[in-house]
Design a protein around this ligand. Structure first.
Ligand code: UD1
Length: 421
C-alpha cells in the first residue's frame, strides 16, 4: 500500500491548478444515463472515485472513453443492465446516484444499499422516500433496493418532495429523476451546494426544464426525452479549500488557478479572521500567509455554511494557530477520526460529543499516522507539512479517492513530499 512521506517546515510558493469537483463529476457522470445520445464532460478530475464510477457505468453497458486531459465521453444507448452491484457500491456511497437516472429512463433499477461508512451511518431513506413520492415501487431485500414503476406506468410522476434534512446526493437523485417524469416536481429543502446548480446547468443543456437551482426550492418540469451535451465540471471548492488551509498553516504565497471565492465564503471568512490574506484574481484565488494565525471556532452546516468536508483541514490549522477553538460537527456523527492521529503529531484536542476543543500553539513533530477517511487524510497532510521532521501517512488510498494528484501539486509549490510504494 502506498504511503506519503512528508518533511515539514517549508513555506509554500507558486501556482496550483484546481481540478474539477469530485462531487460534481460523480452525479454528472450518472446524468449521462438519462439519454441515448453522447455526453461529453470536460475537466473531469483524475481520482479513484471517478474510476469507481466509470467501472459502475461500464458494467451497465455504457460506452465510456477518457482522455489524459480530463475529457470523458459516455454513451448509454446500449445500456442493458440497470444495476449497481454491492462490490462497487460498498467502495463508494455516491453509487446511489445511479438510482434516480436509471429509474427515470428505464423504469427499473437495482442498486445495492451502501451499508456502513466510516464517518457516520449515512442511510439512504430520504432517497427512497422521494422516489416513492414520484410513484416508484422500491422493495428492499437481500441488501438491494429493487425499484420499478407501477403496472401500466411508463414514466415517474412529478411530485412535491420535502426531505427530513438537507441531503446533497438525495437532491441530485430527485433532480435527475424529475427531468424525465410526467409533470412538475418541486423539491423543498433542497441542497444548495454549488455542485447542484452545476448539475442543473448540465441537465438544462440536455434539454431539461429546471428553475430555482442554487436555492432551497427547485422546480422541474418533466420532458419526454433528453439529448446529449458538452459540459465542463465546476472547480473543486474542497480541493481549493484544502490548499488554502495548507498555505495558511505553513505560510507562503500561492495562486489557486480556477478556484472560486464565491463558493468558499464561510471558509474564507474564517481564514481572513485567522490572519491569512485571500484575494480573488482573474486567474483564481491568491492566498498569502505568514503562518502566524489566530485560532477560529466554527460549526459545520449545509451550504452556504461551513462545509463538513473542510472540518478536518480547518482543525489542522487551528492546532498550530494561537488560542483555543471549538469545531462543532453537525452533519455527520462520527467525523472526528483524524483527532487521535493529529494528537500523535503533537496536537492538543479534546472531543466532547459533536464538539472538538483545540488548544492551539502546538509544536508539531513528525510521526507515523494513519489516514481513516478522505478529508481526515487531507488534515494529516496539512499537519505533516507544518510538523518538524518526517511524517509518514499510511492508507493514503483514502486520499486518492478524492484528490487529483495531491502530492504532485504540493511538490510543485515547494513541499517536500513523496509517495512511497
Ligand atoms: C455529500 C457529499 C459529501 C459531503 C456531504 C455533506 C457527494 C458525492 N458527497 O454526501 O462529500 O460530506 O454531502 O455535505 O456529493 N441522510 C439521511 N438519509 C438520507 C440521506 C442523508 O439520514 O437518505 C443524512 C446523512 O446521514 C447526513 C446528512 O443527512 O447526516 C447529510 O447527508 P447528505 O447531504 O445526503 O450527504 P451525501 O449526499 O451522502
Amino acid at each position: 500500500m502506498d504511503k506519503l512521506l512528508i518533511r515539514g517546515g517549508r513555506a509554500l510558493h507558486g501556482t496550483v491548478s484546481i481540478s474539477g469537483a469530485k462531487n460534481a463529476a460523480l452525479p454528472e457522470l450518472c446524468a449521462a444515463l438519462l439519454t441515448a445520445d453522447t455526453v461529453t464532460l470536460k475537466n473531469v478530475p483524475r481520482l479513484q472515485d471517478v474510476v469507481t464510477m466509470e467501472k459502475l457505468i461500464r458494467n451497465m453497458g455504457v460506452a465510456f472513453t477518457r482522455s489524459d486531459d480530463g475529457i470523458v465521453t459516455l454513451n448509454a444507448a446500449a445500456l442493458d443492465k440497470p444495476e449497481a452491484p454491492y462490490e462497487l457500491v460498498k467502495t463508494m456511497r455516491a453509487s446511489v446516484l445511479a438510482l434516480g437516472p436509471l429509474l427515470a429512463r428505464f423504469g427499473k433499477a437495482t442498486v445495492s444499499l451502501p451499508g456502513g461508512c466510516a464517518i457516520g451511518s449515512r442511510p439512504v431513506d430520504q432517497h427512497i422516500k422521494g422516489l416513492q413520492a414520484m410513484g416508484a415501487i422500491i422493495d428492499v431485500a437481500h441488501g438491494y433496493m429493487n425499484a420499478h414503476l407501477p403496472k401500466g406506468w411508463t414514466r415517474l410522476k412529478g411530485a412535491r418532495i420535502t426531505t427530513d434534512m438537507v441531503t446533497v446526493t438525495g437532491t441530485e437523485n430527485f433532480l435527475m429523476a424529475a427531468c424525465l417524469a410526467d409533470g412538475v416536481t418541486i423539491l423543498e429543502n433542497a441542497a444548495q451546494e454549488p455542485e447542484i446548480p452545476d448539475l442543473a446547468e448540465m441537465l438544462i443543456a440536455m434539454g431539461a426544464k429546471i428553475s430555482g437551482h442554487g436555492t432551497s426550492r427547485i422546480t422541474i418540469t418533466g420532458v419526454e426525452k433528453l439529448h446529449g451535451c458538452t459540459h465542463s465540471v465546476v472547480a473543486d471548492r474542497i480541493e481549493a479549500g484544502t490548499f488554502l488551509c495548507a498555505v495558511a498553516a505553513t505560510g507562503g504565497d500561492v495562486i489557486l488557478e480556477n478556484a472560486r471565492a464565491d463558493h468558499l465564503d464561510a471558509l474564507l471568512d474564517k481564514l481572513r479572521e485567522a490572519g491569512a490574506l485571500v484575494t480573488q484574481s482573474p486567474h483564481g484565488l491568491q492566498v498569502t500567509s505568514s503562518g502566524k494565525l489566530k485560532a477560529q471556532s466554527f460549526r459545520t452546516t449545509e451550504y452556504p455554511g461551513f462545509p463538513t468536508d473542510m472540518q478536518a483541514q480547518m482543525m489542522a490549522l487551528n492546532v498550530v494557530a494561537a488560542g483555543s477553538s471549538i469545531a462543532t460537527e453537525t452533519i455527520f456523527e462520527n467525523r472526528f477520526m483524524h483527532v487521535n492521529e493529529l494528537v500523535r503529531l503533537g496536537a492538543n484536542i479534546q472531543i466532547d460529543g459533536r464538539a472538538a476543543m483545540v488548544t492551539g500553539n502546538a509544536k508539531l513533530s513528525g510521526a507515523h499516522v494513519m489516514a481513516t477517511d478522505l478529508r481526515a487524510s487531507a488534515s494529516l497532510v496539512i499537519a505533516g507539512l507544518v510538523a518538524e521532521g518526517e511524517t509518514t501517512i499510511e492508507r493514503i488510498y483514502h486520499l486518492d479517492r478524492g484528490y487529483d494528484r495531491m502530492e504532485e501539486k504540493l511538490r510543485g509549490i515547494g513541499a517536500d513530499i513523496e509517495r512511497v510504494k
